[in-house]
Design a protein around this ligand. Structure first.
Ligand SMILES: [Fe+2]
Length: 186
């Protein structure tokens, strides 16, 4: 599977220019691995789904209804495992597809919280993840005008889909992102 990760990184470097988007993908990979660990699932598979989920973001920015269909086509051609491709296909709630497996539900409901945590880190005096706390995340989660692009309703679905609270998700995500803070530059 690690050669699949190399392949994934190659694809990301081929299709994505924006460094912040690459960092979002690394953060989502770290979060998904941590969630796999919590649920006793395959960390590499879950990590790859997180790492690749927005592969076509730049190619679809003028046609958001195509996100992530182009990524799905690329990943099918590259012969990535079907469970990864399906989770990616279903992660964009605008597609109106129902996530069914635990992996699909995790990617669907959890990836947006990485954006909230990045936004909070950036308003800390040090601009570092080390200064972010779960309490801070929860207070900003309840403040819709802060990082308003982050869809709180989708994140909240972790409660029914994964049976974990937003607070627990925040804790898992913060820890996972802090562990790769150097790579995230935060
Ligand atoms: Fe994303």
């Amino acid at each position: 599977m690690s050669n699949l990760r190399d392949k994934a990184i190659k694809l990301i470097n081929q299709y994505i220019k924006n460094e912040n988007l690459k960092k979002h993908l690394l953060a989502t990979e770290a979060l998904m691995k941590a969630l796999a660990n919590k649920f006793g699932e395959n960390q590499e598979t879950w990590g790859l789904a997180g790492l690749l989920h927005d592969l076509d973001w730049e190619m679809t920015k003028d046609n958001p209804e195509k996100h992530p269909l182009i990524a799905v086509e690329i990943l099918e051609k590259e012969k990535f495992p079907k469970e990864i491709i399906e989770a990616i296909r279903k992660h964009n709630h605008l597609q109106g597809l129902n996530p069914e497996t635990l992996l699909e539900k995790a990617l669907y409901s959890c990836e947006e919280i990485t954006g909230l945590i990045v936004a909070i880190a950036l308003v800390m005096p040090s601009k570092k993840l080390a200064e972010v706390t779960v309490e801070k995340i929860m207070s900003k989660f309840k403040e819709p005008s802060f990082a308003r692009g982050v869809n709180r309703d989708i994140i909240k679905k972790c409660e029914e889909m994964l049976n974990i609270s937003v607070e627990e998700l925040a804790e898992i995500c913060l820890k996972a992102m802090q562990e790769i803070s150097d790579r995230l530059g935060l």
